[in-house]
Structures are given as structure tokens and as C-alpha cells.
Design a protein around this ligand. Structure first.
Ligand SMILES: [Zn+2]
Ligand SMILES: [Zn+2]
Ligand SMILES: [Zn+2]
Length: 492
């Protein structure tokens, strides 16, 4: 078989996705035929053309034969891929994330570049959200039918070359499409340019961040916070020190200290005037023969923030912090796995396992934990007015989303060698916190209500059970069922 192709139609940083679309267009052959023609022996053996995504993937090009690619396209695309991907990932080469974290499974493209048949690895790179050439937002779904397109050599979302199943044309070429295919790639976005330049230098700086919530622009922000210098470096006596009780207790105590500081901050900033409201909610106070009074939105946000963060079962039980139980490494149990993830990264990206720089380790973890806890409180503030009014709490799935929204945006820059006196820099993208506290109406703000509070009795499930134990009257049973219903509405 002969195919129409010129090597120069493969542009800098170009992904195989657009290369194959162009092959398909220039030769009037389907994507399946491309795979069949350029595929390896295994693919060629498959008779019914039912290829799994594993054979259609475009990162390693596992379904293709290197020699045939070179023979037909003048370039071994799998070698080209490797080189481009390694250039892009160089600044984070110490990360042990799965490749899908950096190059997601669905296609991201620039509406302008695609008009010239160009899709770039830089578009597909998860930290890039706007086209480095045109500086316009990337698309990840068809503008007409809103369906995503998989980053695969696949017909499942596409029709003709560069055309969605719904008929929308991502690119519309005239009679000689290839006249436009050779492009000069000029990166206009300074942060992308810096990112690639930085990869060329082999330095010992390390970025600590969560890829899923980060953007390449954040890496070039002026650092907002700089740490002090760290001195107390000792050589760890045993390399397994991080598995030992001494280390775990230290981690727990630091986390506890950190949580208390954030708790104090929130109380001072938001809760100062609502301590009674908190008491009322937590102690389930109300007048005899009356319904529960309305919930104060500040108390609502605070109590449920704290209950869930500490991983407690009931909001009406005491939320004090106790000594570490075996198996537990942090006070803030809800975010244990996120903290753990940062801890693992920090150890993997440095020589912390040999040199015990506890001071630096704690500083970093506390910084991340504080931001996480505070973000999570804002998530509760967002839903507090509605939740308090409707006497309802989010379910576990919703809490998970709130937690995802709370993952720190901060990017910490530190050195891989923790023996060095170093200054940790933090790039902190601004987060829009759109909470209108004017909508927060505290039902207890009137003096009479405050006085009333002390005449109210507590109706915690345990005290109601005691009432029944002492006197199992119908009235007490009715109260019990009312209280149980109320508490069930606020159960997470
Ligand atoms: Zn573009
Ligand atoms: Zn479409
Ligand atoms: Zn209040």
C-alpha cells in the first residue's frame, strides 16, 4: 500500500492524534484502516477489526509497528512521542504519577490550531488550560453536541477526519488541505515557555503540588510566602524512622497543633459571636413542648465542619481531641489520605528518608494541612444558609466533592537535598471566595433568644433515652421519636 504523506506535516510538539487525522484525510482511509496498515503483527492478526483501546492508545502507540511507522510517515512516531513527553514532563520527572494524570484520556484541543490540522502534546498536557500559541481556552468537548472525544485513534466519537459524529467540523479544509499543514510553532505563553526552559536545566528544586488542581501559570507566580531557614538536620539513625512510633506521635501532635490553630482562627474570625448558637445546636437544646429552634448558619458550618473533619460519628457528642490511638496518624481523619499523599511525595522527592529534617517536614505538612482545613471550612460556609434553613446535611458523595474543592492550590518549591539550609517558597494562586455573609442571619442574635437559651433543656438522644428509662410515658416516647427524626436529618 502507498500513502500520501510528507514528513514536514508533522509539526513540533504535534500529537499522533492529529497526525493520523491528516493521514486519514489525505488518503481517504478510515482510522481502523490506519491501525491495520501501521499496526504491529498482533494487530494485523485480529480479523474482525475489533481493537481494544489498549491498541488504539496514542501515548506509547502499543498497537503500532515502529518500522512501519517510519517507513510510511518518515518518522517513528513512538520515538518522537517519547522525546516530546520527556521534554514536557522534565520539570516534574521525580513525580511517580500514572501517565494519565499528565495526559488525560479525553482530547483537549485549541479551536484555532485544529483549523490548521494541529493538535499538540502541550494541549493534551493536564497543567495547560489555554493554548500556548493562541492563548485562548482549550476545548474538551464538541461545541455542538458537548460530547468529549477520546484521546485515541478511534471512530467512536468521530466521523470523517476532524469531524464529530454530530457533524460538527473541528476543521474544514479546502481542496488542498495540506497547503496549510506545515506550521511554525511559536509559544506565546510565557509560563509554558519557562516550564520547558526550566526542564533543560537539571536543578535540585522540587515542586510539591496536586496536579489535578494546578495550572502551569501558577508556577510562575511571585512566591507569596517564604519560610525561614531550617537548621535541625540530623542523620536518621534508622532509615525506617518514618514507620516508628516516635515519628507517628510527632506527626499526630503536629497535626493536632495545626488543627487547633486553624480552629482558633476560625472561631476568632467567624464564630466569636455565635458560641451560644453552637452550644444550642450541639446540645440539641429546646423548650419543653416546642420544636427545635432554627439553626444558626455560622453554628451549622462550624459544627459540621469540625465533626466531619475529625471523623466523628455524631455532631452532638464532644468534639475534643484526645491522645493518638494506634492506627491513627492524624487528628483530622477526614483528610488523612490527602496528608498522606503529600507526605509520600515529600519523601519520594527528597532525601528525607536518610536525613531527618523534621523541622522542614512539619513546616511543609502544616502549611498544606492549614490550607486544606480552611478551604474545607469555606465549603461549609457555602452551603450553610440553605442547610441550616432546611435542616439537612450533605451526603458522603457531596462531602467528597467539598473535599476535592478544598485540596490546596499552593505550589511549594523546596530543595531535593534536605541537608541544605533552604528557604521554601510558596506560589499561591488566588482563590475566589464568594460567600456573602450578609445572607447569614443568626436566629439567636436577639437578646430574648439568648436569655431563653438557658431555660432550654438538652434533648440529646442519650438524655431522651434516660427520660424514657425513668418514665416511659407516651409523651416521652413522642419526644423520642421527634428527636430521632430531627437528628436523622442531620446525620452524615
Ligand atoms: Zn492554538
Ligand atoms: Zn459533536
Ligand atoms: Zn449565631
Amino acid at each position: 500500500m502507498f500513502i500520501v504523506w510528507r514528513k514536514e506535516w508533522i509539526n513540533e510538539y504535534e500529537s499522533p492524534w492529529s497526525v493520523f487525522e491528516k493521514v486519514s484525510l489525505a488518503n481517504h482511509i478510515s482510522r481502523t484502516e490506519i491501525l491495520k496498515t501501521l499496526g504491529n503483527d498482533e494487530v494485523k492478526k485480529i480479523r474482525n477489526n475489533l481493537f481494544t483501546n489498549n491498541r488504539r492508545e496514542l501515548i506509547e502507540l502499543r498497537g503500532f509497528d515502529s518500522n512501519i511507522l517510519k517507513q510510511y510517515l518518515g518518522e517513528d512516531l513512538s520515538i518522537l512521542n517519547k522525546s516530546v513527553i520527556s521534554t514536557i514532563l522534565k520539570p516534574v520527572k521525580y513525580y511517580q504519577e500514572p501517565i494519565r494524570t499528565w495526559f488525560p484520556q479525553s482530547l483537549y484541543w485549541c479551536p484555532e490550531c485544529i483549523k490548521r490540522g494541529y493538535h499538540s502534546w502541550l494541549h493534551q498536557f493536564s497543567l495547560v488550560h489555554s493554548c500556548p500559541i493562541h492563548q485562548i481556552e482549550l476545548l474538551s468537548s464538541c461545541p455542538k453536541c458537548l460530547n468529549p472525544i477520546p484521546f485515541l485513534l478511534s471512530d467512536c466519537a468521530l466521523n470523517e477526519p476532524f469531524t464529530c459524529k454530530c457533524g460538527f467540523k473541528l476543521a474544514d479544509f479546502g481542496s488542498t488541505p495540506w497547503s496549510q499543514w506545515k506550521m511554525k510553532i511559536e509559544i506565546a505563553d510565557a509560563s509554558v515557555f519557562k516550564w520547558i526552559e526550566q526542564g533543560k536545566r537539571d536543578d535540585s528544586n522540587r515542586f510539591l503540588f496536586t496536579p489535578q488542581v494546578s495550572s502551569i501559570q501558577h508556577f510562575t507566580l511571585e512566591p507569596r510566602v517564604k519560610s525561614k531557614y531550617f537548621f535541625n538536620v540530623k542523620v536518621a539513625l534508622r532509615q525506617d524512622y518514618l514507620y516508628r512510633d516516635e515519628f507517628k506521635n510527632d506527626l499526630y501532635n503536629e497535626n493536632s497543633r495545626c488543627f487547633k490553630a486553624i480552629d482558633q482562627y476560625i472561631r476568632k474570625k467567624f464564630i466569636k459571636k455565635h458560641l451560644k448558637c453552637i452550644l444550642m445546636l450541639q446540645e440539641l437544646r429546646k423548650n419543653e413542648n416546642e420544636e427545635f429552634p432554627p439553626i444558626c448558619p455560622y453554628a451549622y458550618a462550624y459544627v459540621f465542619w469540625k465533626q466531619t473533619l475529625l471523623g466523628r460519628e455524631h455532631f452532638y457528642n464532644n468534639l475534643v481531641i484526645s491522645r493518638r490511638r494506634p492506627g491513627i496518624t492524624v487528628v483530622t481523619e477526614l483528610i488523612e489520605s490527602i496528608i498522606d499523599d503529600y507526605k509520600t511525595k515529600l519523601f519520594a522527592h527528597t532525601n528525607l528518608s536518610i536525613y531527618d529534617n523534621r523541622e522542614m517536614f512539619n513546616w511543609v505538612l502544616n502549611r498544606v494541612t492549614s490550607e486544606l482545613c480552611l478551604n474545607y471550612f469555606y465549603e461549609w460556609l457555602k452551603i450553610a444558609v440553605e442547610g441550616a434553613e432546611q435542616i439537612s446535611v450533605p451526603n458522603r458523595d457531596k462531602i467528597d466533592i467539598m473535599l476535592q474543592n478544598s485540596i490546596p492550590r499552593a505550589i511549594l518549591k523546596h530543595n531535593s537535598d534536605v541537608r541544605h539550609n533552604q528557604r521554601i517558597e510558596i506560589m499561591l494562586p488566588s482563590v475566589a471566595r464568594t460567600i456573602n455573609l450578609n445572607e447569614f442571619k443568626c436566629p439567636l442574635s436577639t437578646k430574648t433568644m439568648k436569655k431563653l437559651l438557658f431555660k432550654m433543656n438538652t434533648f440529646k438522644p442519650l438524655s431522651v433515652a434516660m427520660r424514657i428509662y425513668e418514665n416511659s410515658s407516651d409523651e416521652n416516647k413522642r419526644i423520642e421519636s421527634y428527636v430521632n427524626q430531627y437528628v436523622a436529618k442531620l446525620r452524615i
